[in-house]
Design a protein around this ligand. Structure first.
Ligand code: MLT
Length: 327
């Protein structure tokens, strides 16, 4: 019998974790994700594993975890969790859709404003002692078209905020119908990807990394975009072919880009890092106190529920484990 019920393999902390620790034996190992062998050893006897986006929860790790009932993903992206394999193994995967969507939408607006008004680059330049007013004549967002690729919760909340800036919103999402009530309320038009590419002054990606989306934003798609458009990605780095983005920026096809996520994280320093019209942040779109409190609370509540023998609220597929819940 293990002396740990719940293993936390990344930096996930707060009141909700403390509350869970009062009822279960919790092992908090924020750096464990870096050591897959140690992780596999530790997970063997646990009943629950809580991760963020860095722990590779692979099929082989799941097979090792013979006592596992629930995997809690503190976040929305599931690309690091083989949830289909977990389901086959009878394990519940719980995640936290929507909990960080406001924070992501807010950083997208920040990036949009910074690209359009040179905020980041003018700041760095001015701090060097320069006073280059004419170099930083920007553009207004008002009256421009925002193209949302992936109109889930973060895409929708971004669209709401863009509307408040007087932007027109187009959305591409193969899973939504033209009479989607939320988009209709916003007067955001659902269009095909090619139309969105051709019309967007700012394109913002809100896509999960799936076989259908990986590499979606490539040379061909950048070529179809408006001359001088801005490109923003706060979703998953793998949906963009970075070399093609670099080329689109170098040729002037795109006027600027803001990336919170990268194909490989952390990335190697390359051409993007040297471009003044590119804003780079280290996958922090969801990192606000409010969002992290909500995310941690939601994931801890669901893990506690499953270990108590109750159904998970935010299960990716099954709500209760196929395995008998042991104590
Ligand atoms: C998410 O998927 O929720 C965000 O990208 C943040 C994260 O991965 O932890």
């Amino acid at each position: 019998m293990s002396n740990v019920d719940i293993l936390i393999s990344e930096n996930i902390r707060g009141a909700a974790v403390d509350a869970l620790s009062e009822r279960f034996r919790v092992s908090f190992e924020p750096d464990l994700w870096k050591d897959p062998e140690k992780l596999a050893e530790k997970v063997k006897s646990c009943r629950a594993l809580i991760v963020r986006n860095q722990t590779p929860v692979t099929a082989s790790l799941i097979d090792t975890a013979q006592n596992l009932h629930v995997i809690g993903r503190a976040g929305v992206g599931l690309d690091n969790v083989d949830y289909k394999h977990a389901e086959k193994a009878g394990i519940v995967v719980s995640f936290t859709p929507d909990q960080n969507a406001i924070s992501v939408a807010e950083i997208v607006m920040g990036m949009m404003l910074s690209l359009a008004r040179f905020i980041a680059v003018a700041d760095a330049d001015t701090k060097k002692g320069n006073w280059n007013r004419q170099r930083y004549v920007g553009t207004e967002l008002y009256g421009k078209t925002l193209g949302i690729v992936g109109a889930g919760k973060t895409g929708f909340l971004t669209a709401c905020r863009a509307k408040a800036f007087g932007m027109k919103v187009l959305a591409y999402d193969p899973f939504l119908s033209r009479d989607n009530i939320l988009l209709s309320e916003l007067q955001a038009e659902l269009v095909e990807l090619d139309e969105l590419l051709a019309q967007a002054d700012v394109l913002s990606c809100h896509l999960p990394a799936t076989p259908q989306t990986v590499g979606l934003l490539n040379h061909e798609r950048f070529a179809r975009m408006k001359q001088g458009a801005f490109f923003i990605n706060t979703s998953r780095g793998k949906v963009v072919v970075e070399a093609d983005l670099v080329e689109a920026l170098k040729s002037g096809k795109l006027a600027g880009a803001a990336l919170d996520v990268r194909g490989k994280e952390p990335p190697q320093t390359g051409e993007l890092e040297a471009m003044p019209n590119v804003i780079l942040t280290p996958h922090i779109a969801a990192f606000t106190r409010e969002a992290q409190t909500r995310v941690t609370m939601a994931v801890c509540e669901d893990v506690g529920r499953v270990l108590d023998g109750r159904p998970a609220v935010n299960a990716v597929r099954r709500t209760t484990p196929a395995r008998r819940v042991s104590s």
